[in-house]
Design a protein around this ligand. Structure first.
Ligand code: ZN
Length: 74
């Protein structure tokens, strides 16, 4: 499990990405691989969605894919 401080949040879909993993895949650290939104280090709190279809929070947040999501993105 990687350090939470290495995680970047997407300003659009709020999904979190490990900056080390992005580097390994030669992906830009400025762009969300999911939706092309802007990635930021400025986020707080996170939510791990393991079964979005059964998660009320995921529904509220409009999440339609399992993964880690930032609760607050600035
Ligand atoms: Zn995104």
């Amino acid at each position: 499990m990687s350090d939470v401080r290495n995680l970047l949040a997407c300003k659009s879909c709020k999904m979190l990405f490990d900056s080390e993993a992005l580097k390994e895949q030669k992906l830009p650290l400025s762009e969300c691989p999911q939706c092309r939104g802007q990635l930021t280090k400025d986020w707080q709190g996170y939510l791990a969605v393991v079964d979005f279809e059964k998660s009320e929070i995921a529904k509220t947040m409009g999440i339609s894919k399992n993964g880690k999501y930032a609760l607050k993105v600035r």
